[in-house]
Write a protein that binds this ligand. Structure first.
Ligand SMILES: Cc1ncc(COP(=O)(O)O)c(C=O)c1O
Length: 445
């Protein structure tokens, strides 16, 4: 494979900073220096304290200077805390290239592809079918590693673990003896299994009894250990998440895509927003509206954070209006959003239970990948929706089905109904005039 080297030395892209990145809890303000402690769950998290603990990277002064590489983990390196940690710990820029390249080659061996900037193209036939004149952009994540955007989240985590090891930092102590763990039976589990396999790191996956046999077979094929978690009578919340959290308490490393369990996972997903920002900036004019399907919330949270960085750095004239889309079968974010009207979000972060709790009924939808009991990353999404003048839309099953059908009829992207559910928002509700961007993710399996 040809080594992708950055171009001319660019001080904006490679800031001369020696400081170790910190993550800060948006609920309690705890600050975690990531060379000495793992920025996964907030260290102050206590059962029942009603604080919305979530570690978020403390970003430096606004900067957005992508490189020319096609691998997003090279192209946006300066915006990633594992890279900043590597440099602060004395590793060279070339050492980062080597870490990313080595993993990329393993990913190609395991999954047939590594990370590359994914296509984002205007889809005029789809726009016409929906009666829209302005561009309808589709960002296609179905050819990303493991067939969805989820692997982006986890690659960020893995690169961090690799940097800890390579630089022999204090937080690397005992790391290799700890397994990775995730609760999922869909795209996130497949992504975790591919990335873990590429790194030769053992993975436990906690799955429900009705997990797809094809997905389970692939997980096992990739070397993951799958544990079925039955729901006990009277139990609320997702039993797989409960089992996952117990494994983490026993020493496993959280390798899922839920921010409160692993703040770092959100950061890897920001690369998707950086790519979108580049395309919208290049197109010029109004950045329009971004419609995103929301389950656990990591995707929308990462997009909100990444676009806000690109906007603060002046790359976009304003942040696209962020419209979060949930199905009527399970809409805890929409419920929370309604309750935050007129509320100071710093205050909301200290009274989580007033806004977010597990959906009470067993949800069903064609978009089954976004039926998370809770929107774990709800508060960052609400901030992004508010800050961008967006909204939260709830769609019925007819809209979910129509969006899926239209996507297949008018584009060549083979995305699942979960992966086209953002478009269902455009099918169901009026959206401001101007361009719209949607993310088609999760290849049809
Ligand atoms: C294809 C696809 N799109 C979007 C999402 C939503 O992501 P999140 O759970 O981060 O909200 C998922 C989640 O599983 C997914 O599989």
């Amino acid at each position: 494979m040809t080594r992708q080297r950055p171009g001319l030395f660019d001080p904006l892209r490679f800031p001369m900073t020696n400081s170790v990145p910190n993550f800060v809890c948006h609920g309690c303000g705890a600050r975690v220096a990531i060379d000495a402690a793992l920025p996964f769950a907030c260290p102050n998290t206590r059962d029942g304290d009603d604080i919305d603990h979530l570690l978020v990277p403390e970003d430096g002064p606004p900067a957005f200077a992508p490189g020319a590489e096609t691998n997003p983990f090279l192209r946006y390196r300066a915006l990633l805390s594992p890279y900043r940690l590597a440099r602060a710990a004395g590793l060279s820029d070339a050492a980062w290239d080597d870490l990313v390249d080595a993993l990329d080659q393993k990913l190609v061996a395991v999954d047939g592809r590594g990370f590359r900037v994914t296509p984002m193209t205007a889809q005029p036939a789809l726009a016409r079918a929906l009666g829209r004149d302005a561009p309808l952009w589709v960002k296609d994540e179905t050819h990303n590693v493991s067939g969805s955007h989820k692997a982006r989240h986890l690659m960020g985590v893995l690169l961090y673990l690799r940097v800890l090891e390579a630089a022999r930092l204090p937080a690397a102590d005992g790391l290799r003896g700890r397994k990775l763990a995730i609760a999922s039976c869909g795209n996130a589990a497949l992504a975790a299994a591919v990335v873990a396999r590429a790194a030769d790191w053992p993975l436990d996956v906690f799955i429900p009894p009705d997990a797809s046999p094809a997905v389970v077979a692939r997980l096992v094929d990739l070397g993951a250990t799958a544990t079925i978690c039955d729901r006990r009578p009277g139990e609320t919340g997702d039993p797989c998440v409960t089992a996952f959290r117990a494994a983490v308490r026993d020493g496993a490393l959280p390798f899922g895509v839920q921010g409160p369990d692993n703040g770092l996972a959100i950061e890897g997903g920001r690369t998707l927003a950086f790519e979108i920002a580049e395309v919208l900036a290049h197109a010029g004019g109004d950045p329009g509206t971004l419609m995103v399907q929301v389950g656990g919330g990591a995707l929308a949270s990462a997009l909100a954070q990444g676009l806000s960085i690109a906007t603060a750095a002046g790359r976009l004239a304003r942040m696209p209006h962020l419209i979060a889309v949930q199905t009527a079968g399970c809409a805890p974010l929409a419920r929370a959003f309604g309750k935050t009207a007129g509320v100071d979000l710093a205050e909301a972060a200290r009274h989580r239970a007033n806004f977010m709790w597990a959906w009470e009924t067993t949800p069903h939808s064609l978009a089954h990948g976004i039926l998370d009991d809770e929107t774990y990353d709800w508060l960052e999404i609400v901030k992004g929706v508010r800050g961008s003048g967006g909204s939260v839309v709830v769609v019925d099953e007819a809209a979910v089905a129509r969006a899926h059908a239209l996507a297949h009829e008018h584009t060549d992207v083979d995305a699942s109904a979960t992966g086209t559910a953002g478009l269902a928002g455009l099918v169901a509700a009026p959206v401001p005039a101007g361009p719209v961007t949607v993310i088609f993710s999760g290849v049809e399996r």
